[in-house]
Design a protein around this ligand. Structure first.
Ligand code: KIV
Ligand code: ZN
Length: 519
């Protein structure tokens, strides 16, 4: 049987980062890119190089570190964007430039203010210029879902002649039904034939991104653009894990298709992305939601115990979620801890293992049983590598007596000096934020606060995510904090956001900031 590979083009770091509140710093993007490489995706769209120096830097560093996936940068059909994209991916083993221009009547008339002829000319110029940087050039008809198919055929024909190797058909606003999307791809495939790969990039505004992608495969698409957890602009993009598991689980329908994805890395990839972005998949999300493999009713539990396939079409273990894995505790040694890190897929240097082990020991004093997700959270917390401009040394809180005055005292290290102060507030948390503001000389405005338990139990590790505005003219900055004590996790998260803000302001660290480019 002739098995055809479906190219998995992951855009978590580009379209996924366009999810409200999902911006990531360079170190975080590198960690995700390395995990995507382990997952076995074929192409990593690492960002939009012309958007900001931070985006450029992240793509360039990912290009140096990832060896086994093509690294791609997005570029509008503009010379300056294409040059930035070409320069950013220059050090990658396998490089791709992805350039695009809109082809729908509404976009051409109102956004671009260009005629269809001008759009074709621009598309050809963009592809020709991109070809001077690398052979692998992808072209997208933005808003293809609402474009005239006849016009797209003209555009695609012209860009193939200019050297485009992949032709992407985005349903930019998530408008199409599966049958319509299939028909569009079929019609385009009839003229493209095997002159280039047809790709689709489906948005989820009507909840059809995955269905549209699958229907496109059945009609000739050989590349799917998708993201981990379905992150992405507005309602998101097609979820990578769903596409891959559909192809795998319904082998009866998709016997001739396969991907290079190592499905055991699906759950670790999902966890890494959610802990870095602070955006958890909804509990009932297919494949990676908290409830995806949970069986609540007695009848189902009974069936599962008798034969797993009575109520399960996939096994949690297949996607790397080992519900029966060994739990570590206070008496677990360095060796068992290291084995666990390897089993969870982390490849840390010796010094990093030692650091993580010290943190694990502190945690195991406070928490009886340490689950895989605790360890994942511990490591994810460590990898953000935000410079510790302000470092929390101690936090002391007043007793919460009814009618009492809540207060918080902190010692914070800054520039080699320890500064100690206290503040009162409307509640303990308010007092914590106030005293940190006072010591650090800022006035943060809390825009979002989220706390969740990483695993079960009264002694569960609390993960706090805050979004804070330190400067009205800048977007909210995210901070994470992890501790068995919720207030300590809160203080860490707030100081983490402050450190991110300071290092971005002082140019110590590149942080993604939208350039305002119209994508
Ligand atoms: O949704 C879209 O049209 C895009 C393109 C830039 C590919 O993200
Ligand atoms: Zn998109």
């Amino acid at each position: 049987m002739n098995i055809q590979n479906i190219t998995i083009f992951d855009t978590t770091l580009r379209d996924g980062e366009q999810s409200p509140g999902a911006s990531m710093n360079t170190e975080e993007k590198i960690q995700i890119a390395l995990q995507l490489e382990k997952l076995g995706v074929d192409v990593i769209e690492a960002g939009f190089a012309a958007a900001s120096p931070g985006d450029f830097d992240a793509i360039a560093r990912i290009s140096e570190q990832v060896k086994n996936a093509t690294i791609c940068s997005l570029a509008r059909a503009l010379d300056k964007d294409i040059k930035a994209a070409g320069d950013a991916v220059a050090k990658a083993n396998m490089q791709r430039i992805h350039t695009f221009i809109a082809t729908s009547p509404i976009h051409m008339e109102y956004k671009l203010k260009m005629t269809p002829e001008q759009v074709i000319k621009k598309a050809v110029e963009a592809v020709s210029y991109a070809k001077t940087f690398c052979d692998d050039v992808e072209f997208s008809c933005e808003d293809a879902g609402r474009s005239d198919v006849g016009f797209m055929k003209e555009v695609l024909d012209a860009v193939i002649n200019a050297g485009a190797t992949t032709l992407n058909i985005p349903d930019t606003v998530g408008y199409r039904m599966p049958s319509e999307m299939g028909a569009i791809i079929k019609s385009l495939h009839e003229v493209v034939k095997d002159r280039a790969i047809i790709s689709v990039h489906c948005h989820n505004d009507l909840g059809l991104a995955v269905a549209n992608s699958i229907e496109s495969i059945l009609n000739g698409a050989r590349q799917i653009e998708c993201t981990i957890n379905g992150l992405g602009e507005r309602a998101g993009n097609a979820a990578l894990e769903e596409i891959v598991m559909i192809l795998r689980t319904r082998k009866d329908l998709f016997a001739t298709y396969d991907t290079h994805v190592n499905i055991k890395e699906i759950y670790p990839s999902s966890k890494l992305v959610s802990s870095i972005t602070g955006i958890d998949p909804q509990p009932n999300k297919a494949i990676v939601g908290k409830n995806a493999f949970a069986h609540e009713s007695g009848i189902h539990q009974d069936g599962i115990l008798k034969h797993a396939q009575t109520y399960e079409i996939m096994s949690a273990k297949d996607i790397g979620l080992d519900q029966n894995s060994i739990v570590l505790g206070k008496h677990s040694g360095r060796h068992a801890f290291k084995d666990k890190l390897i089993a969870l897929g982390f490849s840390l240097k010796d010094a990093e293992v030692n650091d993580a082990f010290d943190r694990f020991k502190i945690l195991s004093d406070a928490k009886k049983e340490i689950f895989d997700d605790d360890i994942r959270a511990l490591i994810a917390d460590e990898i953000t590598k935000i410079p510790q401009i302000f470092e929390l040394i101690t936090l002391q809180l007043s007793d919460c007596n009814p009618g009492g005055v809540p207060s918080a005292a902190v010692s914070i290290k800054y520039d080699g000096q320890i500064i100690t102060d206290a503040a009162i507030g409307n509640g303990t948390m308010d007092a914590v934020f106030k005293v940190i503001d006072r010591v650090c000389g800022v006035s943060g405005e809390l825009r979002d606060y989220k706390v969740d338990a990483v695993t079960q139990g009264k002694d569960a590790l609390a993960r706090v995510i805050v979004k804070v505005i330190f400067d009205e003219s800048k977007p909210a900055i995210m901070g994470h904090g992890l501790s068995v004590d919720t207030m300590l996790a809160t203080a860490k998260a707030y100081i983490g956001a402050l450190n991110s803000y300071m290092s971005m302001r002082d140019g110590l660290r590149s942080v993604h900031q939208k350039s305002g480019a119209n994508i």
